[in-house]
Write a protein that binds this ligand. Structure first.
Ligand SMILES: Cc1cc2nc3c(=O)[nH]c(=O)nc-3n(C[C@H](O)[C@H](O)[C@H](O)COP(=O)(O)O)c2cc1C
Length: 376
């Protein structure tokens, strides 16, 4: 029986336990150039010190064209490497491994790039920035950008990269027939929709070699009429496994889905039986896919996390909002105080992030301002 505080390995990366800090945009990078700031180092140092096994900072844009929001982390230029190295050192100093999430916003873009338009699988308008269908040249350039970004990440010393293939970012848009209306070899069947993400995986593998872990976060369901559906999930994961992905994090929902099915569901405090969002998808995955599974979405109590790993539902439990409220949560659990996270999934943390003001738990800040803070 696997235990939460048992170490684990993903393609040579040795993690001290089964807890992952799911990628969480901090909105705290330099607004001009996406480089790491003191605030970012402090935020990520706090989570690493809190004994998480694998720390994944907020998604980093691989090209200026693919930047999503102000204050987002960048890995689009060599100038970002110094700051990323500092963040890596902080993580390692506290015993955590670190993976950089590589992202391109596609049509999910909230800052207009110099071109004036976003690039995605098809012509569409999801935000104020109009989105133009990528040409074959655009796609080739983007594949190159992902591979170059992975090499920069490796140069910065990070232990792994994670491709952002979820939540209606570019790779997820290609996978989803809701966004992808292409009639060439990149649209239509699942195999065609997966072609571009698989090309990105191959290019990264080619660039970083066989021994560097490549993870990928994908949706099991878009929860969108005409979008990516659960039946596509396992076949996709088998294609990614075949392409050389070393571990898969299962998520779901998009920025354009019913808010109840957003990746970060605003569910309030729920009974333990309702904590895991993607249990069915995880069960399906386990029957057919071999590479390790990272399960994110809704976990708030130690007992649920323990059952996930002990039962073999997933190899790793991934948390985002609980670690915003309490970066030391895993350490507290490890030390025997197994009371659940006090995160109520209110999603107010998105406010400061989207404004590019830096990540914090808004209710906790309000409690502190009123002088009623607990010991968290
Ligand atoms: C403020 C905030 C920023 C997020 N940024 C990212 C991101 O950069 N990349 C990503 O894949 N998911 C991102 N997410 C989603 C989380 O990683 C996670 O999938 C989701 O919140 C569900 O996990 P939870 O219930 O433990 O919060 C973000 C979530 C929050 C709350």
């Amino acid at each position: 029986m696997t235990e939460l505080f048992e170490s684990a390995e993903i393609n040579g990366m040795v993690l001290r336990n089964r807890f992952v800090h799911s990628a969480t945009n901090e909105g705290a990078a330099n607004h001009d150039d996406g480089t790491v700031t003191e605030v970012l180092l402090r935020l990520r140092g706090d989570v690493a010190r809190g004994e998480v096994g694998l720390l994944i900072p907020g998604n980093a844009y691989v090209s200026e064209q693919g930047k999503s929001r102000p204050g987002q982390l960048g890995v689009h230029r060599d100038e970002t490497i110094t700051g990323l190295s500092m963040m890596t050192e902080v993580a390692h100093h506290h015993g955590a491994c670190i993976a950089l999430q590589l992202a391109h916003a596609g049509g999910n873009q909230y800052v207009a790039p110099a071109s004036g338009y976003a690039l995605g699988p098809s012509d569409m308008q999801l935000t104020d920035v109009p989105c133009r269908a990528m040409t074959k040249d655009d796609m080739a350039q983007t594949v190159t950008d992902f591979a170059a970004a992975a090499v920069r990440a490796r140069e910065a010393g990070v232990d792994a990269v994670q491709l952002h293939g979820a939540h209606s970012y570019l790779l997820s848009q290609f996978l989803s027939p809701y966004f992808n209306r292409r009639t060439d070899g990149y649209g239509g069947s699942l195999e065609n929709r997966a072609r571009f993400p698989v090309e990105v995986v191959h290019a990264i593998r080619e660039a970083v070699g066989p021994d560097f872990p490549i993870l990928m976060k994908v949706n099991c369901d878009d929860y969108l009429e005409g979008g990516f559906v659960l039946d596509d999930f396992v076949p996709l994961c088998l294609m990614l496994e075949q392409a050389g992905v070393d571990a898969i994090e299962v998520s779901g929902g998009t920025h354009f889905s019913d808010p109840r099915y957003f990746c970060s569901r605003p569910v309030g405090t729920v009974p333990r039986e309702q904590e895991i969002y993607f249990k069915e998808a995880a069960e399906m995955y386990r029957r057919e896919v071999s590479v390790p599974l990272i399960l994110v979405g809704g976990v708030r109590s130690f007992q649920v996390a323990e059952t996930v790993v002990r039962s073999g539902l997933a190899d790793f439990v991934s948390l985002s909002r609980p670690l915003i409220r309490e970066p030391g949560l895993i350490k507290r659990w490890h030390e025997g105080d197994t009371r659940p996270s006090t995160c109520t999934s209110c999603n107010l943390c998105f406010g400061p992030v989207r404004a590019g003001e830096g990540l914090y738990c808004v209710p906790l800040m309000q409690e502190r301002q009123r002088g009623r803070s607990g010991d968290l």
